[in-house]
Design a protein around this ligand. Structure first.
Ligand code: ADP
Ligand code: MG
Length: 350
């Protein structure tokens, strides 16, 4: 059997690469549990990832960020159930997208790692302590590129370490001999091993100090330019996203409440929740902002308030907010901005 060689590089992403979609999530619903006891963890998620772009996903703990990452890669485990929607994936050069939710187990195995890969929360602690870095990197290639020779696998492992800024002699190290930052880079190298189109990072750097987080993210952005993949970067720390993403989507209580280019979110966030998040973290650059945070706590999915889920905490809540649920709606006249808030859309009259 002849296996095509793993390409060294692919064409660099030019400024969001002409904006062709690679992933289109439409009306995605996810529950945990069944029947009356089901908790609606995601409701009506609409989100598009363009080729070569970095999409940031922010929201407090429990807002559904990880559930979304697991659902779109079909890694959601019971009691999680996808109850509705579509996740359209555009294979490179294919005429029409496929719905990830319809893939057979065999198609799914190919899809994972080759088309999408994911670096999980706390991934740096998931390296196998008894195996050298070389073994862990070459094992991925052994499984998914069975035609590759041992020498080619080792060469590719060296190449992957170089990509993430680690000296090749680290191939002989065991995980405990590496710093946290290096272990995290090894996880990123593994995610890049099969040259995927989409890399999803679910809070990949929270265990690291801020300086290390920034270094790793800078490296990721540089790799994105070199290799042309798209990134969904998940964090509760929106200041990182402002710096590193092209676009940002903000989640609250299992829904996306605002979606806009990162610069627009920074300059002029429209949803009061987005505004609150921006003022909950110190900005890394630019003028200092007063850290006011968001009063109250995230909603209990088992007892969601009527109307907008944020209304009990919202400083700008007014008459329709506790009554009618605002849906994510494009803003008239604003390119690529949508928000789910009655401050920005005419509320239905009763
Ligand atoms: P985030 O990543 O934004 O912190 P998650 O996607 O992990 O949020 O969780 C979203 C919601 O789904 C949480 O409020 C939690 O109650 C619920 N949830 C997550 N995992 C499970 C599970 N295995 N069983 C039941 N409920 C879950
Ligand atoms: Mg999470």
């Amino acid at each position: 059997m002849i296996t095509p060689p793993v390409p060294e590089t692919r064409p660099a992403a030019s400024a969001a690469a002409g904006r062709s979609p690679v992933l289109e999530i439409r009306g995605l619903d996810v529950d945990y549990g069944l029947g009356d006891s089901a908790v609606h963890a995601l409701q009506g998620i609409d989100l598009t990832l363009h080729r070569g772009e970095v999409l940031g996903l922010a929201g407090e703990s429990g807002s559904g960020k990880s559930t979304l990452a697991y659902a779109v890669t079909r890694l959601l485990a019971p009691p999680g159930v996808i109850t509705g929607g579509e996740v359209r994936y555009h294979y490179r050069d294919a005429a029409a997208p496929v719905d990830i939710l319809d893939l057979t187990p065999q198609e799914l195995r190919r899809f994972r790692w080759n088309e999408t890969s994911i670096v999980f929360q706390g991934a740096m602690n998931s390296l196998n302590p008894v195996h050298k870095v070389a073994t862990q990197l070459t094992d991925v290639l052994k499984t998914h590129r069975p035609g590759m020779s041992r020498a080619d696998r080792l060469e590719r492992a060296r190449e992957l370490l170089r990509l993430v800024g680690i000296a090749a002699d680290r191939l002989d190290s065991y995980p405990h001999q590496l710093s946290g930052g290096m272990r995290q880079r090894v996880m990123i190298a593994m995610a890049l091993a099969l040259d995927p189109e989409i890399v999803i990072m679910d809070e990949p750097t929270t265990a690291l100090d801020v300086v290390m987080q920034r270094q790793i993210l800078q490296q990721l952005i540089r790799l994105r330019e070199e290799l042309g993949f798209s990134v969904i970067f998940i964090t509760h720390d929106i200041s990182l996203l402002i710096e590193f993403s092209d676009r940002i989507a903000i989640m609250y209580g299992g829904r996306i409440v605002e979606q806009a280019p990162a610069a627009d979110i920074y300059r002029d966030a429209h949803h009061p929740y987005s505004h609150g998040l921006l003022h909950s973290f110190p900005a890394l650059h630019g003028p200092r902002r007063a850290l006011t945070g968001i009063p109250g706590s995230p909603p209990d999915l088992k007892a969601m308030p009527p109307g907008c889920a944020f209304n009990p905490r919202c400083p700008k809540a007014h008459e329709p907010c506790a009554r009618d649920l605002p849906l994510l709606t494009p803003l008239p006249g604003a390119e690529d901005r949508s928000v789910a808030c009655w401050l920005h859309h005419p509320a239905p009259t009763r």
